[in-house]
Design a protein around this ligand. Structure first.
Ligand SMILES: N[C@@H](CCC(=O)N[C@@H](CS)C(=O)NCC(=O)O)C(=O)O
Length: 220
């Protein structure tokens, strides 16, 4: 049995998986492959993920890519409190994870690029504001859901569903979420978990002032 290998630099989406394994407390090795031509597009990495993207894992010979699928697999494999219970909990976890990819991931990435990542002279306020405008409808949906429930897939506990959605919303920690007070509270509390703080520290993000990713090989 070989140790779980997680390929991808922590400044890429790979942090989603690093957070999960820190929550699980399982042994792993992170191979910090850079996204793009100097890493994930090289032939040796294309042999692991033919899409040329990170993250990917090798779990004792099982090679998987797609960050959220990896999280569902590892949560289920290792059991414990991160795994939603039963078919309903799993369905809710999938629902919220697909929702985050479809409704949130693109506009939050664009907002972050023009609000946090690019040098100030290259930031376009109109792109930033229209991306935030696009986020308002999904954030309102999440805010409404959090009126009735504390967590996304289980009534009484944090699961992989919360982790996946909070990971996609990570950059919103630097946004003004006053209009979405429940999202604001939930997101901040989730990112204060010890495993999450460890990942923020690893990324060098435990300082709330930008620009955050001047040296980053890839913004999210
Ligand atoms: N849907 C994929 C997206 C992976 C992805 O786009 N990764 C970026 C880094 S965050 C990447 O590897 N980009 C490099 C490239 O496309 O060349 C996932 O969630 O794992």
């Amino acid at each position: 049995m070989s140790i779980l290998k997680i390929y991808g630099h922590p400044l890429s989406r790979t942090f989603r998986n690093l957070w999960l394994v820190e929550e699980l407390g399982i042994p792993y090795e992170n191979i910090p492959v850079a996204p793009g031509p100097t890493g994930s597009r090289l032939p040796e990495f294309l042999a692991i993920n033919p899409n040329g993207r990170v993250p990917a894992i090798d779990d004792d010979g099982l090679v998987l890519w797609e960050s959220l699928a990896i999280n569902f697999y590892l949560a289920k494999k290792h059991g414990g409190p991160l795994q939603p219970s039963g078919i309903v909990g799993e369905a809710l976890g999938l629902k919220w994870s697909y929702w985050a990819v479809n409704e949130v991931e693109r506009p939050i990435g664009l907002w972050a690029k023009h609000a946090l990542v690019l040098p100030e002279a290259e930031c376009q306020a109109d792109v930033r504001d229209s991306a935030f405008g696009e986020l308002k409808a999904p954030l309102a949906v999440l805010d409404k859901a959090l009126e009735a429930q504390v967590w996304l897939a289980e009534p009484d506990r944090f699961t992989v569903a919360d982790l996946n959605v909070a990971a996609i919303l990570y950059r919103a920690l630097w946004a003004d979420l006053k209009q979405f007070p429940r999202v604001d509270k939930w997101l901040r509390s989730v990112w204060e978990r010890p495993a999450a703080r460890k990942i923020r520290a690893l990324r060098g993000d435990l300082k709330p002032e930008g620009p955050l990713y001047a040296d980053s090989p890839a913004p999210l």
